[in-house]
Design a protein around this ligand. Structure first.
Ligand code: CTP
Ligand code: CA
Length: 231
């Protein structure tokens, strides 16, 4: 029904969405990963398609049905996600980084399965930093005038609340919009409903919204469409 009632305000636009969570291999059977299901990213891709956009969905380790009419590019690691997103971004009007991207990866991935040792010794895992795909996209703007959107799941900590952290992140990343969802009471990961605060690149709060992931996706795309209109 949503597809029928909404204005095709993204017609003629190419929208790239990353979704899910990247996995970094440790050996052929093990990885470092995260709990992202990809549902918010899929909702964004479906909503953008319903508003008339051509949509590329770079999907990291999701188990969801592809939204109709959306081109899905499956990836596993952060390196693969980075390559796929950047390739699609070369022709994109909008890039939304909804994926949970691993900040670190094992320095080495072994060819053979790591075995338990008889003497009980456990080797530490050395990690190295992954590139920040969103910050790169925001700095480089692979296509002029491209709108770049980040997501941030935040909790408060001893240094400040979720909004404090997302304000700093908005300024640090340089994306046009940063969509923060507070993680508390089981919300944020693996739940059907969502709440968000949309910040601009200065960290100013534009909107807060709550509801289904489809509703939240619509609110994010309203802001994206407004930025596109102003360019
Ligand atoms: N992101 C990215 N590449 C990374 C890490 C994150 O593109 N290596 C993107 C995510 O897709 C998201 C945004 O950056 O759109 C914010 O991710 P988040 O993990 O909240 O930010 P970090 O900068 O990694 O900060 P931290 O995890 O320390 O809070
Ligand atoms: Ca991170």
């Amino acid at each position: 029904a949503y597809a029928l009632v909404h204005d095709p305000d993204l017609a003629g636009r190419h929208v790239v969405v990353s979704a899910g969570g990247t996995r970094e291999p440790l050996d052929p059977v093990r990885f470092l990963g995260n709990r992202s299901t990809g549902r918010q990213g899929y909702a964004l891709a479906a909503a953008a398609r319903a508003r008339g956009a051509q949509v590329t969905l770079v999907a990291a380790n999701t188990a969801l049905a592809a939204p109709p009419g959306v081109d899905v590019v499956p990836v596993e690691t952060t390196a693969q996600l980075r390559t796929a997103v950047r390739e699609a971004a070369a022709t994109a009007d909008v890039v939304v980084m909804a994926a949970a991207v691993a900040d670190f990866r094992p320095a080495e991935s072994t060819e053979h399965k790591i075995k338990k040792r008889d003497d009980g010794h456990v080797a530490p895992i050395e990690l190295v930093a992954n590139p920040d795909v969103l910050a790169e996209l925001a700095a480089e703007r692979l296509r002029p005038g491209q709108v770049v959107v980040g997501f941030a799941a935040e909790t408060g900590d001893a240094n400040g609340d979720a909004l404090f952290h997302s304000r700093r992140k908005a300024r640090r990343k340089g994306a046009d919009l940063l969509v923060m969802n507070p993680v508390h009471d089981g919300r944020g990961f693996g739940t059907p409903d969502n709440e968000i605060t949309v910040l601009d690149r200065d960290g100013t709060v534009m909107t807060t919204a709550a509801g289904t992931k489809a509703h939240v996706a619509g609110v994010v795309l309203d802001h994206v469409a407004e930025l596109l209109r102003r360019r």
